[in-house]
Design a binder for this molecule. Structure first.
Ligand code: ADP
Ligand code: MG
Length: 299
């Protein structure tokens, strides 16, 4: 087993045991990493003619298994080699996170929402998971590797199997306690809600198997007293709208949507004082959103 670097360990401790209550943002962070990984592969395909890629195959998949208490976030993006797993997931990638650790080491326990102010990244998964397994296969490689950790001391990297390039992040959720109910994430409704709330504008489809009900076909020999019968089936649905909020008509967007977009993307915990929506069509065409924060930034 490899040990986490000291700074990573401190941040992990903070995340897992912190005052921070907005645990549900873990999904946004993992989906944003998946989207980045798909982006990287897509850009590679634009510059490297050896990469044959069909844009509509690029997608992110979210699934869950109630019995095993797992949530899986999969992408068919660029993937990671064994070295990259070690380098990227073994240390804090964020300089922001690093600064946070230094600035706030003495303030632990204060009731302040600091983590919400920046992208917290991969480690946020340990706010809800007792074990995280990442299975990844780098694009162009035929090897797959699994990174696994309980978020306490360190991690292991072992050989694994994966049919295609990309990454699966498999979270084993913590057991429920009196205060925390992690089961809410183990439901179709719970996950769809989080995807819509925090990842609606991710530009790749975020897909889920969803269960639906339909009427069974009426038998040919059905009599007059035939009552329609129903069956449930599952289907892959795209959950996010993908249309960026700045492209939508102002009248179609609620204040809550604008505020939520501002807060999650600019890491503020207060609503903006003012939101200005601009749409210009002419020699130059553009759509823009301007947010005026409700308080001046620290710098
Ligand atoms: P950030 O996304 O800000 O760089 P994270 O902590 O979220 O920080 O992720 C750390 C790094 O791990 C990423 O920069 C990326 O290199 C790698 N990574 C995480 N998830 C994936 C993924 N699904 N596919 C490929 N690389 C990933
Ligand atoms: Mg990230």
């Amino acid at each position: 087993m490899k040990k986490f670097k000291t700074e990573s360990k401190k941040l992990l401790d903070l995340m897992i045991n912190s005052i921070y209550t907005n645990r549900e943002i873990f999904l946004r962070e993992l989906i944003s990493n998946a989207s980045d990984a798909v982006d990287k592969l897509y850009f590679k395909s634009l510059t490297d003619s050896d990469v044959q890629l069909s844009k509509d195959e690029l997608a992110i998949h979210v699934g869950f298994d109630e019995g095993a208490r797992t949530i899986t976030i999969s992408d068919n993006g660029i993937g990671m080699t064994k070295d990259e797993l070690d380098k990227n997931l073994g240390t804090i990638a964020h300089s922001d996170s690093q600064a946070f650790k230094t600035d706030n080491a003495e303030q632990q326990g204060d009731d302040i929402d600091i983590i919400g102010q920046f992208g917290v990244g991969f480690y946020s998964s340990f706010m809800v998971a007792s074990k995280v397994r990442v299975v990844s296969r780098a694009f162009g490689s035929d090897e797959a590797w699994a990174w696994e950790s309980d978020g306490v001391e360190g991690y292991t990297i072992t050989e694994a199997e994966r049919a295609e390039h990309g990454t699966d992040v498999i979270l084993t959720l913590k057991e429920n306690t009196d205060e925390d109910n992690y089961d809410t994430y183990l439901s179709e409704y719970g996950l769809k809600d989080l995807i819509k709330r925090y990842s609606n504008y991710v530009r790749y489809p975020i897909q889920m198997e969803v269960s639906k009900t339909r009427e069974k076909p009426k038998p040919e020999d059905a009599g007059d007293d035939y009552k329609p019968e129903y069956e449930t089936y599952t289907e892959t649905d795209t959950i996010n709208s993908m249309i960026p909020i700045w492209k939508r008509k102002k009248s179609d967007v609620t204040d809550e949507e604008y505020n939520e977009f501002y807060k999650t993307n600019f890491h503020d915990f207060a609503d903006p004082a003012r939101t200005v929506s601009l749409h210009a069509e002419g020699a130059l065409t553009y759509d823009a959103l301007l947010f005026v924060p409700s308080r001046a930034p620290y710098d």
